[in-house]
Ligand binder design. Structure first.
Ligand SMILES: Nc1nc2c(ncn2[C@@H]2O[C@H](COP(=O)(O)OP(=O)(O)OP(=O)(O)O)[C@@H](O)[C@H]2O)c(=O)[nH]1
Ligand SMILES: [Zn+2]
Length: 229
């Protein structure tokens, strides 16, 4: 299914909305970002997060003079900004070089079992799984690792799996200049397994098929490939 135009619009939240205490229902596949999301540089973000995380630890009653704990606010701040949420910043999106499909390869290419680490935006705990991605060349090809890198980039955000799936698919379509893209993500949510309902067995599967992958034969071939061990 082709994404509705409105899904692709960016929605930014401003301070005035904060003041009004308004709730906004997202109608976009974009990550909801504030207008000032990138006004602070990474160093300032780390400094501020460190300060606030220290407060959280103190409120929890932890003794921050302890050797093992005293570096934690800085470690968490650096991890958020430079590692696990670095995909919030579009400047960190991998650059993707297109090559001519000089091999005249016309079947689907499947990159399967891509390791995926993301973070649930409701609880900020990990989502761990695999992404399986396929495309059919429209005359251009990309380096295989760029598919893994795109998965990694969009995973490094607070996410819901549905949005992550669509964001990867849309980025791949844009990079490859084709609608013929498919993606399946199968992931375990630690917010489901380690807390709350504590179901350690269930996983969540999401999918996005577009272009030729909406046709049964092509879709089924992709699904058969990703089931092969
Ligand atoms: N649709 C969707 N829901 C998710 C995802 N990750 C986590 N959730 C769910 O988001 C919901 C958050 O809802 P709440 O009921 O406000 O949170 P909660 O009280 O902590 O819920 P419990 O997890 O049931 O204890 C939970 O049901 C989570 O399982 C995701 O990727 N997609
Ligand atoms: Zn969660």
């Amino acid at each position: 299914m082709k994404q509705n135009e409105t899904l692709l619009n960016t929605r930014h939240k401003s301070d005035s909305m904060d003041e009004l205490g308004e709730d906004h229902v997202s109608t976009s596949a974009e990550t909801p970002l504030r207008e000032d999301a990138f006004e602070k540089d990474d160093a300032l973000k780390i400094e501020l997060i460190q300060k606030h995380f220290k407060e959280i630890m103190l409120i929890l009653g932890l003794d921050l003079t302890d050797d093992s704990l005293k570096g934690t606010p800085n470690r968490v701040a650096k991890m958020y900004v430079q590692e696990i949420f670095s995909g919030l910043n579009p400047a960190n999106k991998p650059s993707i070089r297109l090559f001519e499909n000089k091999y005249k390869y016309s079947e689907m290419l499947v990159e399967k079992d891509i390791t995926l680490y993301s973070y649930c935006e409701h609880h900020f705990v990990p989502i761990i799984g695999k992404a399986h991605v396929a495309y059919i060349s429209n005359g251009k090809v990309i380096g295989l690792s760029k598919i893994n890198r795109l998965v990694e980039h969009f995973s490094k955000r607070p996410q819901v799996q549905e949005r992550l799936t669509v964001q990867i698919a849309e980025a791949l379509k844009e990079a490859l200049q084709t609608e013929d893209v498919a993606i399946v993500i199968d992931a375990a949510h630690l917010c489901v397994s380690s807390r709350g309902v504590k179901d350690t067995a269930s996983t969540t599967i999401t999918a996005h098929y577009s272009g030729k992958f909406t046709e049964d034969q092509t879709k089924n071939e992709f699904l058969a490939f990703i089931q092969k061990k």
